[in-house]
Design a protein around this ligand. Structure first.
Ligand SMILES: CC(C)[C@H](C(=O)O)[C@@H](O)C(=O)O
Ligand code: SF4
Length: 465
């Protein structure tokens, strides 16, 4: 029978199947960070169990790290405790850790792919919802909770409930100036933040095939914002070129065998999906959010919607509440919305291509008066590469702050936060109330829109400059 890619990868990892029980899956790669791992390690400690496969487990510091003065002590006590606990756990259990100051440190979802740890056909888990990022390689990658983290640490397996399959096909080529971020924000606005619930989404079609690996990661990263269990893209030459030669990639004959296997993972012709969504790339344009969930978005060319326009009473009420929190009036052109802060970074858009795209726009220009721009590389390797290409200088010459790697202003777990009432254009993935700091207001945007907005001070695209 014709099968989808997700079904193939799943089947290859089933180690136990029994009637009326979830399949027990083998886990190829377990990524760990400081926020969701302390109780999991503590559970092992209490049970006197070791980590089953320390060689398949890798930890990094990202959420709680400051992005300035990283070698000094962490001022915030909670953050310091989280980091110290991870360091102790990694050392007690023999897990490799990338601490602040290490060249391999960075956001967990940037570090895995960059080291070649993430590979096609793998099962990847992490106690983090944006683990869906790794699906860009044709891996089946799930965010898991802390009790599941403990299960994987102890057994390298995980019982998993069955999933439904969805295909999101983006036909044709993207117009210039339209990016992966615009695709995924449009998809979420279309299917809603609950539209993906229970599904593994496979993104396909010409526009997806034409994306770089980094852009594919941006798309899969936000699958969770549509409520999906995971997102995937079929591995192809773009994938193989990206993985080849990375520190953990297979080599020589192993590489050839791996590529042959990876090619077999694509969805068979004639395989059926439980749901299909089709988008025409030519109709897409820069897309931004106006509300307080990632599905409340509109084309930048448009205006803040009128809640009266929603037929569904729940959607209308949500829009009213969002506009109130965001302090926006219905009908305001989105281009007139003034921001205080621009945040370029996160596991959605903090990779080298994102920085390059933004730097190209910022180069020779200035960040607008009264606007603060934070540029935060997703990893220290990204920072190193950016500096080698002169991008750091471009950002600082324009008046932006060029920081060290971490989650930073993507969420308020470190010193990089919005003040109450401040408004940001942010390349991250969540615009929930208070996400970037208590009372902060977030507009999700692409790196191109972030850069143009920094220059003009109002939500803008490079075409406006
Ligand atoms: C802290 C962590 C559990 C959380 C997640 O799971 O996604 C964070 O990374 C986020 O983006 O909100
Ligand atoms: S960058 Fe943001 S979304 Fe990504 S792992 Fe960190 S907090 Fe979560």
């Amino acid at each position: 029978m014709a099968r989808t890619m997700a079904e193939k990868v799943w089947e290859e990892h089933v180690v136990r199947r029994a009637d009326g029980e979830p399949d027990l899956l083998y886990i190829d790669l377990h990524l760990v960070h400081e926020v969701t791992s302390p109780q999991a390690f503590e559970g092992l400690r209490l049970a006197g169990r070791p980590v089953r496969r320390p060689d398949l487990t890798i930890a990094t510091e990202d959420h709680n790290v400051p992005t300035e003065n990283i070698l000094g002590p962490i001022a915030d006590k909670v953050s310091r405790t989280q980091i110290d606990t991870l360091r102790k756990n990694a050392s007690d259990f023999g897990v490799r850790l990338f601490p602040m100051g290490d060249l391999d440190q960075g956001i967990v979802h940037v570090v895995g792919p960059q080291l070649g740890l993430t590979q096609p056909g793998m099962t990847v888990v992490c106690g983090d919802s944006h683990t869906s990022t790794h699906g860009a390689f044709g891996a089946l990658a799930f965010g898991i909770g802390t009790s599941q983290v403990e299960h994987v640490l102890a057994t390298q397996t995980l019982p998993m409930a069955p999933f439904k399959t969805m295909a999101v096909t983006v036909e044709g080529s993207l117009p210039p100036g339209v990016t992966a971020k615009d695709i995924i924000l449009t998809v979420i606005a279309e299917i809603g933040t609950g539209g993906g619930q229970g599904y593994v989404i496979e993104y396909r079609g010409q526009a997806i095939r034409e994306l770089s690996m980094e852009a594919r990661m941006t798309i899969c990263n936000m699958s969770i914002e549509a409520g999906a269990r995971a997102g995937m893209i079929a591995p192809d030459e773009t994938t193989f070129d990206y993985v080849q030669g990375r520190p953990h990639a297979p080599q020589g004959a192993d590489w050839d065998a791996a590529v042959e296997h990876w090619r077999s993972l694509r969805t068979d012709d004639g395989a059926s999906f439980d749901r299909e969504v089709v988008l025409d790339a030519a109709k897409l344009s820069p897309f931004v959010t106006w509300g307080t969930n990632p599905g409340q978005g509109a084309p930048l060319d448009g205006a803040v919607p009128d809640p009266e326009g929603y037929e569904d009473p729940a959607e209308r009420a949500a829009a009213e509440k969002a506009l109130d929190y965001m302090d926006l009036a219905a009908g305001t052109p989105l281009r007139d919305v003034r921001v205080d802060t621009v945040f370029l970074g996160s596991c959605t858009n903090g990779r080298i291509e994102d920085l390059r795209a933004a730097a190209e726009i910022i180069k020779g220009r200035r960040v607008a008066d009264g606007v603060r721009m934070l540029v935060v590389p997703g990893s220290m390797r990204v920072k190193e590469q950016a500096n080698a290409e002169g991008l750091g200088e471009v950002f600082t010459a324009a008046g932006a702050e060029w920081r060290e790697a971490g989650c930073s202003m993507c969420l308020g777990m470190n010193p990089d936060q919005l003040k109450p009432g401040e408004r940001s254009a942010s390349t991250s993935n969540r615009n929930f109330e208070g996400r970037q700091g208590k009372g902060g207001r977030t507009h999700l945007v692409s790196p191109l829109v972030a850069a143009a907005t920094a220059v003009r001070g109002t939500l803008s695209s490079p075409a406006d400059l």
